[in-house]
Structures are given as structure tokens and as C-alpha cells.
Write a protein that binds this ligand. Structure first.
Ligand SMILES: Cc1cc2nc3c(=O)[nH]c(=O)nc-3n(C[C@H](O)[C@H](O)[C@H](O)COP(=O)(O)OP(=O)(O)OC[C@H]3O[C@@H](n4cnc5c(N)ncnc54)[C@H](O)[C@@H]3O)c2cc1C
Length: 408
């Protein structure tokens, strides 16, 4: 195959799903360009640990260009603004058009923050390493100020919000100086499991935390959060962990109805265009699928496999979601969330950390000897971290503390 006859593949979004597709495509058969506005691949499932300083920003990201070039492809630091599926091309924010033979869309989702009055301006979102770092610094600053009151509002207490809350507690519990309000739209925290709400509240019992369940935020101002029942909560730092919505590019391109994710078939092809593929959070798979990185990674890899099979005129493979539970952390306690039940134990924190260390280091695996230095630092960090976890869980005997929750 000559260079000129290779198929042009554009991948929009270069994080979990996009990077996974790129890494599994051979540059021998495909001319691949990955487009993403940000410079680094980011391990989002652990950004809440920036709050407690159990992680540093650099331990959660890696240079995207390096990772993509290692796979033999091109990285373009840009934003796609238009998808023109009739002419098989996309437009970048610079105005330039790029043509494709096949298009892979892995743009994740967007925060609900833009839909609530004042929230984008005054609340701190949690969608990237930089955003989490900013939130961590604001909390640190508030804690250090000499003030009679230090009110903080956390909006959203599903998995992401609870993980953030757990890290705030982990970091500030010893000298707790915040008046923390947690707002959650559902009537109960983690309503799918019996007794989990009470357990989470028990873990934070002696701290000044008020839970507002069944409430939604109407407006955020510079120093307050206004709820749908008219209550006004004073706030010096407002953290936003509530809700994700589909990227508007999907409906604008005619790939999804308005405000919906783009439907795909079992091969991960768009239902409206067989040359458009979707993976990760942006895709609406035929059966219900959690929006999780552990699905985004294999979805991305399957698209690469199917592009290769299509090239060889072979039947395409179906995506088979991994039947594994979600892992959630709440400070020092880890949770394994199955469909039928859940388990909570400090030892499960080590499981979550292990998943992160193994997968992140695998993504960074060098192709050349000169690149090993970079991985060495990362592996050293992994070993130290796992050692600390082993001490505080297994050696101190906390492993025995396990709680069980039945699904409702
Ligand atoms: C705080 C937090 C905790 C989480 N915890 C877990 C967990 O414990 N386990 C788990 O499995 N998952 C977890 N998740 C979910 C997981 O991070 C997502 O499911 C995963 O990131 C989805 O991968 P993706 O590739 O589809 O999208 P993303 O990782 O969101 O990547 C989308 C990429 O597309 C780019 N992009 C967007 N728009 C454009 C455009 N117009 N042009 C070009 N590029 C664009 C973005 O810059 C981004 O790099 C968590 C998420 C968060 C935020």
C-alpha cells in the first residue's frame, strides 16, 4: 500500500476513546489525524484527588502529541466546529476544512453548568485537571483566610460529587473550618442502594455539613447559591459536579436529536452515516451503558478494529461491554458498585488506584529506549503510592471493615 492510497481517518477528541482508537490503528494502512483543543491526555477519573493533594496535576496527564506521534499519527491542537457529513469534511475553529474517508467522534460530553444562570461565571466546574486544580487552590485559600465563616457549596452528589466531597473531607477533616452545603436533585444520595446514604452521612457525621436533597440550583451569584425553593445559601467557593449533557455538535451535524447523544449500532457506527463512528461518552449504545472511561477505552479500540476489518472487506465486530462494576471513592473508603449490590471498604481504594496505575502506565508505554526515563518516574510514583495504600489498608487491618448494600 502506498502512502497516498491510505484511508484518511479524522478523530475528533483525543482523550480516552479517541486515543484508544488512534493507538490501535496502523499508520501503514491509515493516515490518521487526531484533533483536540487541549495539549494533554487527562486521566479524569482521579482529578478529585487533586483536592486532597493525594495526586499532583502532572501525575494525571501526559503530552497528547507525544502519545499520538508514538503511534505514528498526527496531532492537531484545534477545535472542530462543523461536521459536514454530505461532503465528508469538518471545519476547524480557524476556518480550515479537513476531508475524511471515515470520521471517529469521541468528544465526550459537556457540563450542565452552562445551563444555569451565573454558574459558568461563579461556580468551579470539574471537567479537567486544570479545573480541579483551580478548585483545590480556591478551597486551600479559603481555608487559610482569617474569616468568621467559610461557607462552601458543592452542587451534585452523584458519584463525581461524592468523590470530590470525600477528598475535601480527607484533606480538611482534622481542622474542619468550612460550613459545607451539599445540593443534590435526587431525594436520596445514591438511591439505588439501601442504606448507602446513611452510611455516607455517618462517615462525615461530626463535620459541619448540611445535605439538601431533592433540590436544584436556580442561580449562582458571586457569594451565594439560590435553590429552586427560594433558599439562599451563602457561598465563598461553589463547586459544580452536577450533570452532564450531550455535546451540541452531535445534533448540529444531524447525528442525534437535539440534546441527545448520537445513536450507534452494535459496531459503533452512526445510525445515519456508516462512515461516522462514535465511542465513549458521546455515543448512545443500543443497550444502556454507564458513561465511564472503562467503556470508552475498549469502544475506541473496537472502532480501530472495525475500520481495519472494513478495509479488508470482512464482517464487523460488535461491541461487548465489559461486565465489571464501577469503582467509587469517598476519601479513604472505596466502593464497588454492582447492579445488584455494593461493597464499601478501605481496601477498595487500592483497587481503584491499581486500575489507574496499570492503565495510565500502559498508555504511556514508550516505543523507544530514550523514552523510558519518563515512565520510570511514573512507575516510581506508582510503587510509592501502592505501598502507602497497602500500609493503611492491609497492614493496619482496615481491610476487615467491609460494608454491604443491597440494591433497591
Ligand atoms: C471527576 C470525574 C470522575 C470520574 N470517575 C470515573 C471512574 O472512576 N471510572 C470511570 O471509568 N470513569 C470515570 N469518569 C468518567 C470518564 O472520565 C469518562 O467516561 C471518560 O472521560 C469518557 O471518555 P471520552 O473519550 O468519551 O471523553 P473525554 O475523556 O471527555 O474526552 C473528550 C475529548 O474531546 C475533546 N473535544 C471536545 N469537543 C471537541 C471539539 N469540538 N473538537 C475537538 N475535540 C473536542 C475534549 O477536549 C476531550 O479531550 C469520571 C469523570 C469525571 C469528570
Amino acid at each position: 500500500m502506498t502512502l497516498a492510497s491510505r484511508k484518511h481517518i479524522l478523530i475528533i477528541g483525543g482523550n480516552f476513546a479517541g486515543l484508544s482508537t488512534a493507538r490501535a490503528l496502523s499508520s501503514k494502512y491509515f493516515d490518521v489525524t487526531v484533533i483536540d483543543p487541549s495539549t494533554d491526555f487527562e486521566w479524569l477519573p482521579h482529578i478529585h484527588e487533586l483536592i486532597s493533594r493525594h495526586k499532583k496535576a502532572d501525575q494525571l496527564r501526559h503530552n497528547r502529541q507525544l502519545l499520538i506521534e508514538r503511534a505514528g499519527h498526527t496531532f492537531l491542537q484545534e477545535t472542530v466546529t462543523v461536521i459536514d457529513k454530505t461532503q465528508q469534511r469538518v471545519q476547524l475553529s480557524s476556518g480550515q476544512w479537513l476531508a475524511y474517508d471515515d470520521l471517529v467522534i469521541t468528544i465526550g460530553n459537556m457540563s450542565l453548568i452552562d445551563k444555569i444562570k451565573g454558574a459558568r461565571q461563579y461556580a468551579l466546574p470539574f471537567g479537567s485537571v486544570n479545573e480541579a486544580e483551580r478548585a483545590a487552590l480556591q478551597l486551600q485559600r479559603l481555608d487559610s483566610l482569617s474569616l468568621p465563616e467559610r461557607p462552601v457549596v458543592l452542587v451534585g452528589a452523584s458519584i463525581e460529587g461524592l468523590e470530590v466531597l470525600g477528598e475535601i473531607i480527607r484533606r480538611y477533616r482534622r481542622q474542619w473550618r468550612f460550613q459545607l452545603h451539599v445540593i443534590e436533585a435526587q431525594e436520596t444520595i445514591m438511591p439505588q442502594f439501601q442504606g448507602m446514604s446513611d452510611y455516607l452521612k455517618e462517615l462525615s457525621r461530626e463535620l459541619n455539613i448540611q445535605w439538601h436533597t431533592g433540590r436544584q440550583v436556580k442561580e449562582v451569584t458571586k457569594d451565594s447559591v439560590i435553590l429552586d425553593n427560594g433558599d439562599i445559601l451563602s457561598s465563598r467557593v461553589t463547586l459544580w459536579c452536577a450533570g452532564a449533557i450531550p455535546h451540541p455538535l452531535l445534533s448540529e451535524a444531524g447525528l442525534a436529536p437535539e440534546r441527545q447523544y448520537a445513536p450507534v449500532n452494535a459496531n459503533l457506527q452512526s445510525l445515519v452515516d456508516e462512515h461516522i463512528w462514535l465511542a465513549g461518552d458521546a455515543a448512545a449504545f443500543p443497550t444502556s451503558l454507564e458513561k465511564q472511561a472503562y467503556h470508552a477505552l475498549p469502544m475506541g479500540a473496537l472502532i480501530a478494529k472495525n475500520l481495519n476489518r472494513a478495509r479488508q472487506k470482512r464482517d464487523l465486530n460488535n461491541f461487548k461491554p465489559l461486565p465489571i462494576p464501577s469503582l467509587m471513592s469517598f476519601g479513604d473508603v472505596g466502593f464497588l458498585l454492582f447492579k445488584s449490590h455494593a461493597l464499601a471498604s478501605p481496601s477498595l481504594i487500592a483497587a481503584k488506584e491499581g486500575v489507574f496505575q496499570a492503565n495510565f502506565n500502559l498508555l504511556k508505554l514508550p516505543r523507544q529506549v530514550s523514552e523510558w526515563h519518563d515512565l520510570k518516574d511514573s512507575l516510581t510514583f506508582s510503587a510509592i503510592n501502592m505501598g502507602k495504600l497497602a500500609k493503611s489498608t492491609w497492614i493496619d487491618g482496615k481491610l476487615l471493615h467491609t460494608r454491604h448494600f443491597q440494591a433497591r
